[in-house]
Design a protein around this ligand. Structure first.
Ligand code: CMC
Length: 431
């Protein structure tokens, strides 16, 4: 193993260098405090590898994303969502037999306990479905107490995985039904994962509902594209929560919460809201687009070009390229003429030719076009991030599993205290 040398005060410290499969290099500083009395500082963990992982490879400079070695472009084009879920969680693409068994396992757990149906009645109708999804996933743990032991056996874990993937979709669809005041639709086990989700969201008991193949296959693609993205904010959250030996339900519920924020998964909703704002303000057209681009560059405006920029991608986000193409195809095939798509394209063109965005290496990310695709599929704006959460579920599970297998210690970072020195308490009348 190679090493790096660090000179601190009059000491030279040897730091082991860890090299990843794709030649990424890291200095292991885990003994720095005990050897030299120093900690490292990296606010926002911009330059810190928090784990070793075999799940996903991402090269932000080259725009490469691979799940377990398989390029995202191939998986998005050819695979099914549950097939990719199996790959992420268990490490290999399933054989036909393994896939059938995994699929029927998930399908057999799509129902949620009837008592949970009553929970929905307690939420106000305007409740954001992300809040509902997070709390309901956490509530699942109370129905399956045997599954809450993080060190449980393989069979119990398998059951929890199947329940979590299957029931999250039912909860997501029912949270939408609650929002629009429609009766819930029970899962249809004859349908595949994406079609079943769409059926539960859009079918009504009053008439037959045919799920569109085009929409179902676009959803399958979107779910795959979102399925994992190494140590992003929500996945790191899942690992942090799981490191305390909390259950997979608790960790997944925390993952949903972290995903909700507009700088993470909530960006897909924020993009469409931003495009709508531009539309209401005059829409596409050189002058208006220039005005908005100036606003996004001005820090005082408090507005960013949502769906642009990424902590890791400094070239292009390969997911955005696939989604842009899919959005064009789906909107074209469905003969939808969405004025927001025109605005999105003009904004993208303007930003990609503007020195502010070029110099800061800001490119469209996965969320820039995904919202428009969801919109074309008839999915309401506040359900966009819920779709992202369902897609990311296998990635969260895979990371939780890997962490438990590696016996990762509890995550407990350090800080540099910058507050008051010790001082004496003053009774309230004397302050
Ligand atoms: N519009 C305008 N300026 C931006 C943008 C943007 N979208 N993104 C970054 N910048 C500027 C930022 O002001 C900063 O400028 P300066 O160096 O002069 O202070 C510089 O670029 C670096 O930005 P940062 O916030 O320090 O970078 P980060 O790595 O901490 O943040 C990010 C990454 C994704 C949070 C950020 O680019 C952003 O807020 N984008 C918009 C929200 C968004 O689309 N989020 C979805 C991310 S992809 C899906 C996911 O994984 O969740």
């Amino acid at each position: 193993m190679s090493k790096a040398e660090l000179k601190i005060d009059d000491k030279t410290i040897d730091l082991p260098v860890v090299t990843g499969t794709e030649n990424e290099k890291a200095m292991d500083i885990s003994r720095l405090r005990s050897d030299a009395g120093y900690v490292t500082m990296d606010i926002g963990l911009k330059n810190t590898a928090v784990t070793l992982s075999k799940i996903t490879f991402l090269d932000g400079e080259e725009g490469i994303l691979r799940y377990r070695g398989y390029p995202i472009e191939q998986l998005a084009e050819k695979a099914g969502f549950l097939e990719v879920a199996y790959l992420l969680i268990y490490g290999e693409l399933p054989t036909r037999e393994e896939l059938d068994s995994f699929t029927s396992g998930v399908t057999n757990h799509t129902l949620i306990h009837e008592n949970m149906k009553k929970f929905f009645e307690g939420y106000p109708q305007h409740a954001h479905p992300m809040g509902v999804l997070a709390s309901m996933i956490c509530a699942l743990s109370s129905f399956y107490p045997d599954s809450t032991d993080p060190n449980t056996n393989e069979d119990e874990f398998k059951l929890t995985v199947q329940r979590l993937i299957a029931k999250s979709a039912t909860i997501a669809a029912w949270s939408y039904k609650n929002r629009v005041g429609h009766p819930v639709m029970y899962p249809q086990n004859r349908l595949d994962y994406s079609s079943n989700l769409l059926h539960m969201m859009f079918a009504l008991p009053t008439e037959p509902y045919e799920v569109s193949d085009k929409v179902s296959s676009a959803l399958n693609k979107l779910l795959i594209l979102h399925a994992d993205h190494e140590q992003n904010c929500s996945t790191s959250t899942v690992r942090v929560v799981g490191s305390s030996q909390a259950s997979l339900y608790a960790a997944a519920s925390a993952g949903v919460m972290a995903l909700w924020g507009p700088l993470h998964g909530g960006a897909n909703q924020a993009v469409v809201e931003m495009l709508q704002q531009i539309y209401d303000d005059g829409g596409a057209g050189k002058q208006n687009i220039e005005k908005w681009i100036s606003r996004f560059k001005d820090k005082e405006s408090g507005q960013r070009l949502m769906g642009f920029g990424h902590r890791v991608y400094k070239n292009f986000d390969p997911r955005a390229t696939i989604i842009k193409k899919a959005a064009d195809e789906v909107l074209g095939e469905m003969k939808i003429n969405d004025p927001l798509l025109d605005i999105a394209k003009q904004l993208e063109h303007a930003a990609l030719n503007d020195s502010y965005f070029i110099d800061k290496k800001l490119y469209p990310n996965v969320d820039y076009y995904s919202g428009l695709l969801y919109r074309a599929m008839g999915i309401p704006t506040d359900m966009f991030t819920v779709m992202f959460a369902l897609g990311r579920m296998p990635g969260w599970i895979a990371n939780w599993k890997e962490m438990m297998e590696e016996k990762q210690p509890i995550t407990r970072p350090r800080q540099i205290y910058m507050g008051e020195k010790a001082r004496d308490y003053m009774p309230v009348d004397k302050r």
